[in-house]
Design a protein around this ligand. Structure first.
Ligand SMILES: Cc1cc2nc3c(=O)[nH]c(=O)nc-3n(C[C@H](O)[C@H](O)[C@H](O)COP(=O)(O)OP(=O)(O)OC[C@H]3O[C@@H](n4cnc5c(N)ncnc54)[C@H](O)[C@@H]3O)c2cc1C
Length: 478
């Protein structure tokens, strides 16, 4: 399959036309203004751009893309810049235009009766959650970056987060999309339909496309009734097998109300408790813990009693070692703080090798065993610090250096360690990127794991929609 055509650097006349198209206040040119947008959240990828544009309407986005297509100039869309695979920053050529969606940030409609919200791409997730709450509805997507990440970025990475088990990931939460196509045309697919069997489901192409097929400018998202009762708790378990068994029991007693089931290894909890202020560790001797959140649409279901009973029985049956339920919102927040502190604690402890993998839920324990053996064969004493959304089979399998080793030793072996983890996951029918996407970080790695047929189909889709190769060049696939 041919490589996508090369893009060209913009000349000064085009830069002037692009600035005019972005409208008043729609362009940043000063190096110091542009700088924050050129580095990704993990500080792994650094790029350059001659111009950063911030259009505030879909029509302006359309005109900008049309001009870039005419001149074959590459465009990189950026939302909250919280993506973890380097998809949102331009390359080092200095020839790509960076397009921020942050000023396209209106909530166009909230329909409590239809259980939908129509939001522009630059709306921050937390604001969408709040808009839903104001009409007594729930937008269930929830993740650590929700105060900053934007609807367009979440759609483009098909984000997951902590409530996928109950509500699905972004792919399942989108009913309609408005997008600017790579030639500048606007596709209005803002449908609010739950059923629509009229051919190919085009919106799905843009979900998880990481900006390589067009620019998402707005979306219709699904809302849900707000839970009337929520039970949050922490259970101590001996191993991941016990955790999976516990999940099955909790799903059964709660009418499948488990929204979050977050597995945390002992060393991850200990690091969080040590490094992040305000973190409590209720079960310091537990080899593993799971943070559990369960919701019910009715206050009369007796959810708390049912969960308490199931956890008590699990302790009796030696599936759980111990368990505690939050008595109020403040205690629930403290439990969540422990889970969220793991990410921050790992960042503070220096570079680590990160993996975002998934396998079928029942295979999580075996995957942890096999990956542990595989990485120990590469670097004896390496410390896996797994945690994550075990309820949907997604584990953040992060590696820290041996206690006696240095970060530099680990970084030297990073490729071999990643290969070891990904080979195990692939052999078990899993995914090497469960929720973060491919971006630049996993773009070449995926070539090893997808079949030639699948890669060819992906390249054909790319060249059908973006024959000039101007949309986020060099990301996801090449
Ligand atoms: C602390 C933290 C916790 C996180 N937790 C989770 C988690 O639990 N689950 C999870 O799935 N992810 C998680 N993430 C990563 C997650 O991918 C992002 O938070 C989010 O999905 C990206 O949104 P964004 O607006 O920041 O997009 P960006 O980072 O700006 O962009 C991401 C990609 O989408 C493209 N893009 C952005 N906007 C558009 C648009 N309008 N049209 C077309 N393409 C576009 C970009 O070019 C890029 O390729 C976490 C990140 C952080 C920092």
């Amino acid at each position: 399959m041919a490589q996508p055509p090369a893009t060209r650097p913009p000349d000064s006349a085009l830069l002037e036309r692009l600035k005019a198209a972005a409208g008043r206040g729609g362009a940043l040119e000063d190096e110091s203004d542009i700088a924050p947008y050129l580095t990704d959240w993990r500080d792994l990828f650094h790029g350059r751009a001659p111009l950063v544009l911030r259009p505030d309407t879909t029509e302006r986005v359309s005109e900008i893309v049309r001009l870039c297509a005419e001149a074959r100039v590459g465009i990189v869309p950026q939302g909250g810049n919280t993506g973890l695979v380097g998809g949102s920053v331009p390359d080092a050529s200095g020839a790509q235009i960076l397009l921020l969606l942050s000023r396209l940030n209106r909530i166009r409609a909230v329909d409590a009766g239809d259980f939908t919200i129509t939001a522009e791409a630059g709306c921050v997730l937390a604001e969408v959650q709040e808009a839903a709450e104001r009409v007594d509805r729930l937008f269930p997507l929830s993740l650590g970056s929700e105060g900053r990440c934007q609807i367009g970025g979440l759609i483009s990475t098909n984000a997951g987060g902590t409530a996928v088990l109950r509500y699905g990931n972004m792919r399942e939460l989108v009913l309609g999309i408005e997008a600017v196509l790579p030639d500048g045309r606007i596709w209005d697919g803002l449908r609010r339909l739950r059923k629509d069997n009229t051919g190919y489901d085009l919106k799905q192409l843009f979900i998880g496309a990481e900006g390589t097929l067009g620019i998402v400018t707005a979306a219709v998202l699904k809302l849900f009734p707000r839970p009337r009762e929520t039970v949050t708790g922490l259970a101590a378990v001996a191993d991941a097998r016990a955790a999976v068994a516990l999940l099955g029991r909790l799903r059964a007693v709660s009418g499948d109300g488990v929204t979050s089931f977050e597995l945390m290894a002992r060393n991850a909890i200990a690091l969080a408790a040590e490094a992040v202020p305000g973190t409590a560790d209720p079960f310091p001797d537990a080899p593993w813990c799971v943070l559990i959140e369960i919701g019910s649409g009715s206050e009369r279901m007796g959810l708390r009693d049912a969960v308490e009973g199931a956890l008590g029985q699990a302790i009796e049956d030696k599936i759980a070692l111990d368990a505690t339920l939050a008595a109020n919102d403040a205690q629930a927040r403290r439990l969540w703080h422990l889970r969220e502190a793991i990410v921050e604690a790992q960042r503070l402890s220096g570079p680590s090798i990160k993996h975002d993998v998934s396998v079928p839920v029942s295979a999580v324990p075996e995957m942890l065993d096999r990956a542990g053996a595989a990485v120990a064969a590469v670097v004896p004493g390496v410390r896996p610090m797994p945690f994550g959304h075990a309820g949907d089979g997604n584990i953040h399998y992060n590696l820290l250096p041996p206690l006696a080793g240095s970060h530099a030793d680990l970084v030297d072996k990073a490729d071999a360690l990643t290969r070891a983890v990904h080979d195990v996951v692939a052999a078990m029918g899993g995914s090497i990127s469960a929720e973060h996407g491919l971006g630049q970080l996993r773009r070449d790695e995926i070539l090893r794991y997808k079949s030639p047929v699948e890669l060819e189909l992906m390249r054909q889709v790319k060249s059908a929609l973006d024959p000039l190769g101007i949309m986020n060049p060099g990301k996801l696939i090449r």
